[in-house]
Design a protein around this ligand. Structure first.
Ligand SMILES: *[C@@H]1O[C@H](CO)[C@@H](O)[C@H](O)[C@H]1NC(C)=O
Ligand SMILES: *[C@@H]1O[C@H](CO)[C@@H](O)[C@H](O)[C@H]1NC(C)=O
Ligand SMILES: *[C@@H]1O[C@H](CO)[C@@H](O)[C@H](O)[C@H]1NC(C)=O
Ligand SMILES: *[C@@H]1O[C@H](CO)[C@@H](O)[C@H](O)[C@H]1NC(C)=O
Ligand SMILES: *[C@@H]1O[C@H](CO)[C@@H](O)[C@H](O)[C@H]1NC(C)=O
Length: 583
């Protein structure tokens, strides 16, 4: 029954104007003076409070900028001439443990929405459940993989059960922030680039439509975004969800919007992701898109009267373990600079001013100063000292103690979702000669540091290094520290288990009888245990391959200099992530 709500919403637009005509006394109009944000299909535009409206928006993800800086960044976006911002809501950032929700501090979405409104910016909210966005698992919580048969982003009840629960927490929270409820949110995105996913499950999109309407009401404009091609829109668009497209600079803008017309013959033209730069992968060169090309395409988009969201306006940082990966397996780095008009540090770049100039051709720019780059300070060289290795400290790092298992368990099976896990075994045979240790089914997700009796043997790596040689006596301790480098965020590969997800072999025998340590390194660092350890040695050869270890360095914030402490950058000269992929 609720599947028709989308249609009803469109119908109610017509009813609304009819009602206005009938009840057209000033008194009655005032009494219904609620704020409105709607699609005008006859005139191919949005209408805000009845007036023709076009948004010029920029993406900023609150999860990628420390809360302390939200206002600074939003004000810079406002001063560039934007009238809206766009953000994702990463599900896994708010529900890290099933049923436990965090909306505090850097995760305080409501404060972010309020701040945007205070600064004078409307909000385009991409509520999920999936986001992509070069974010771990595209924003889906890894604990969904506790059921290994779950079909993510589909109408599989094993998936929808958790979507429904999450949305029943998220959507009521954002409802008071909808435009018609005096808040900044003008439109809400359902799913993201669904047409690029293999499932093509319309029942799933219908379910989301019903769910969003149930929680948010009939008035708010719900939309989808897909690549600017018929092929993408085919499985990504659904009646009742306004279909928009995304495309970058340098192409034929008119042609790209024609793709949107395949799904939406009438209504405003919208590019929901106009790429100001591009994403990076570990070991690749930083992506660069010339400001002249961005400015030219932006000019063409605005000249057509289209709505645009610049992705990203500020990229920021995927702090901690939040970066994602693409497939074939290419992890993204911590920086999400994106070569956006505001740098990773939030500073205006030349691209910022080019974009501002283009916007100035189409609307009055706000007057007033543009906030400058944030101050930085160089604290100087910090000598780091080597502490013990991870293997030596395993008793301090694994709070839950080891788990015994005949075959290896994955991260999810161990109830650990991020970081590192230690797999311990003993060599069952004498490996006096170099003996191959292998992952014949390519099941090291994503990188394994191998040690025998504490001596480094080599690195196994997903897709690239399937076999290494080890040496050691039968009975020697074999330690394999496995690093999760970020879950795939795009495509079928988002079902991305971590750890040793298949068996390892030693000289063609399957290794059995594992002792597995879940490691909570962050907690160990926070608790201060590691600071109390005896410093062992000065690090002299940073480039040589060492067994994974802790290093400690200290620095002093000088006194007598005003406004300290200030931001800084960390640089590790001569350090690298060794391996086939990272040379
Ligand atoms: C896991 O998901 C599959 C697919 O929906 C379902 O058949 C199965 O019952 C689920 N298992 C559990 C334990 O919920
Ligand atoms: C862009 O595409 C439109 C529509 O296909 C076409 O008419 C126009 O000539 C193209 N412009 C350029 C510069 O190729
Ligand atoms: C390994 O080699 C040692 C010394 O040569 C020998 O004593 C031991 O029996 C061997 N162990 C196995 C499992 O082959
Ligand atoms: C392992 O050792 C064997 C025998 O010494 C050698 O032929 C082979 O190339 C080595 N493999 C690797 C991956 O180093
Ligand atoms: C590991 O090997 C055992 C024995 O052959 C097999 O039963 C099991 O399914 C394998 N595990 C994986 C994850 O491949």
């Amino acid at each position: 029954m609720r599947a028709q709500v989308g249609l009803l919403a469109a119908v109610s637009l017509c009813l609304y104007s009819a009602v206005q005509e009938v009840l057209s006394t000033p008194y009655l109009l005032q009494s219904t003076s609620s704020r409105t944000f709607q699609i005008d299909y006859d005139n191919d535009c949005f209408r805000k409070d009845g007036e023709r409206f076009r948004y010029i928006s920029g993406s900023i993800h609150y999860s990628r900028v420390p809360r302390y800086y939200w206002k600074d960044r939003l004000m810079k976006m406002y001063m560039a001439g934007l009238n809206a911002i766009q953000t994702y809501v990463p599900w896994n950032y708010h529900e890290t443990i099933p049923g436990k929700y965090d909306f505090t501090e850097d995760r305080d979405l409501e404060s972010f929405l309020k701040l945007s409104s205070d600064v004078g910016l409307l909000v385009i909210l991409r509520a999920g459940p999936y986001m992509c966005g070069e974010w771990d698992m595209g924003g889906l919580p890894a604990w969904l993989l506790r059921n290994d048969s779950v079909v993510l982003r589909s109408s599989d009840p094993a998936y929808l059960k958790f979507v429904d629960k999450w949305m029943s927490v998220l959507l009521p929270r954002i409802k008071p922030f909808l435009y018609q409820n005096n808040g900044p949110i003008i439109t809400v995105q359902v799913e993201n680039e669904y047409g690029s996913y293999f499932a093509c499950d319309y029942n799933y999109l219908r379910h989301l439509l019903k769910l969003f309407r149930y929680h948010l009401g009939d008035e708010v404009v719900l939309f989808t975004t897909d690549g600017a091609g018929k092929g993408y829109l085919k499985c990504g668009a659904l009646q009742g969800l306004y279909a928009t497209v995304d495309f970058g600079s340098g192409g034929n803008v008119t042609q790209s919007f024609q793709a949107q017309r395949y799904a939406e013959p009438h209504g405003p033209m919208v590019n929901s992701e106009f790429y100001t730069g591009w994403l990076d992968h570990w070991g690749w060169k930083h992506s660069v898109v010339k400001k002249e090309i961005v400015a030219k395409s932006l000019d063409e988009i605005l000249a057509l009267g289209a709505n645009v969201n610049m992705y990203m306006f500020e990229g920021g940082t995927s702090f901690g373990y939040w970066n994602g990966a693409n497939s074939p397996y290419w992890p993204q780095p911590t920086s999400y600079d994106y070569e956006a008009p505001l740098s990773e540090a939030g500073d205006p770049t030349d691209k910022y001013f080019s974009i501002r100039e283009v916007i100035g051709k189409y609307k009055m720019l706000p007057v007033g100063p543009i906030l400058p780059a944030t101050p930085k300070f160089a604290y100087g060289l910090i000598q780091v000292k080597k502490l013990q290795s991870v293997v030596e400290l395993v008793h301090l790092l694994s709070f839950s103690g080891p788990v015994k298992s005949v075959y290896p368990l994955t991260f999810v099976e161990m109830n650990q979702y991020f970081g590192y896990m230690l797999y311990r075994n003993t060599l069952p045979i004498n490996c006096t000669e170099a003996t191959p240790l292998a992952s014949p089914q390519n099941g090291v997700h994503d990188r394994a540091y191998v040690m025998v009796d504490g001596v480094f043997q080599g690195i196994l790596e997903r897709n690239t290094i399937i076999t290494i040689n080890v040496t050691g006596q039968a009975g020697s301790q074999l330690d394999i520290l496995v690093e999760n480098m970020g879950r795939i965020n795009y495509g079928r590969g988002i079902h991305d288990s971590k750890g040793l997800v298949t068996n390892l072999t030693l000289a063609s025998n399957i290794l059995t009888g594992w002792t597995i340590y879940s490691l909570n390194i962050d907690e160990a660092v926070k608790s201060g245990y590691l600071n109390k350890l005896k410093k062992l040695e000065r690090l002299t050869a940073p480039a040589e391959v060492n067994v994974p270890s802790f290093y400690l360095g200290t620095f002093v914030i000088p006194s007598g200099i005003p406004d300290l402490p200030q931001d800084t950058y960390l640089k590790f000269p001569g350090w690298s992530k060794v391996g086939a992929r990272f040379e």
